[in-house]
Design a protein around this ligand. Structure first.
Ligand code: ATR
Length: 273
């Protein structure tokens, strides 16, 4: 059986082994997928050892995505622009391809939820690694505009500049946002919900046709999604589907088959309750 692994620290909480084991069963692939805790100073050694022992591919989670970017001998364009790698694949020539499937995982989950992106006005809240990882795949869907806002404006401006040649992307200060701007979709990429706080966009942006997406998830509705739903947003979606979506894109890169995500999502949702 072909060997796959997810590297992280911590790693015990990772749902990736569960997800990929279900994908493998569903698509009848002979493979194993395990979680491996890596010491904070031990990523390169662990990855080298894994591939030297015949490993075919791995996922990389916090805090090693930038180190995985450096470890790769080739990068996809989306990984290069994300500045981070969540998926490595052993190539036939012995090289190691680095990819980033987070953004496509988000796009696929939005499309699965029947959220249209083409021609729409999107607000991306946050300008950290999570935001950077999703901008190119979002722009590839040809939105009318992608506006990045962040508590620290300079980071939003830097991201808008980085992706300027790839689509209609701009930056705006949080306190410059008002009901004058119309967004069809607001994506919260900040970690604010993890500390039960809100990312700081004005309530006036929430309207009855708005879809909100929070990249985090939990047993309860996220803080941001609760807030938006109470203000009357049409639909709020949490990040569990993005997690499964990025896994499906990694699986596709490794195995050449796109697994179905619905069954895995149902089981994960049930396990959260
Ligand atoms: P990640 O890789 O998950 O994106 P990060 O690079 O640390 O993590 O970025 C965290 C993002 O969440 C940043 O945009 C951060 O805003 P700043 O750049 O101003 O720090 C944002 N963030 C975190 N907590 C927040 C809060 N309570 N309110 C608003 N923004 C918050």
């Amino acid at each position: 059986a072909d060997k796959y692994v997810v590297f992280g620290n911590p790693i015990a909480q990772s749902k990736s082994p569960f997800i990929h084991t279900l994908f493998a069963r569903q698509t009848a692939q002979k493979m194993t997928y395990e979680a491996q805790l890596v010491p904070l100073d031990g990523f390169e050694a662990a990855a080298s050892q894994f591939f030297a022992a015949g490993g075919r591919g791995c996922n990389i989670t916090v805090p090693f995505k930038e180190q995985a970017f450096t470890f790769a001998t080739q990068l996809t364009e989306r990984a290069r622009l994300a500045g981070a790698v969540n998926t490595l694949k052993k190539l036939d020539d012995g090289g190691i391809l680095g990819d980033n499937t987070d953004g496509e995982g988000l796009v696929q989950d939005l499309l699965r939820n029947q959220v249209e992106l083409k021609g729409k006005h999107i607000l991306l809240v946050g300008a950290g690694g999570a935001a950077r990882g999703v901008i190119l795949p979002l722009l590839a869907q040809k939105p009318a505009s992608l506006t990045v806002t962040n508590r620290t404006l300079s980071k939003a401006e830097a991201l808008a500049a980085l992706f300027a040649s790839h689509g209609k992307v701009s930056a705006i200060a949080l306190d410059a946002l008002s009901a004058d701007q119309h967004f069809d979709l607001i994506i919260n990429s900040t970690s604010a919900s993890l500390s039960q706080s809100l990312p700081g966009i004005p309530a006036s942006l929430i309207h009855p046709d708005l879809v909100c997406y929070d990249m985090v998830y939990g047993q309860e509705e996220t803080t941001f999604n609760q807030w938006a739903a109470e203000l009357g947003a049409l639909k709020v979606i949490d990040g569990l589907g993005m997690l499964v979506g990025q896994a499906a894109e990694s699986f596709l890169l490794w195995r050449g088959i796109r697994p179905g995500t619905e069954q895995v999502l149902r089981e994960l949702r049930r396990a959260l309750q």
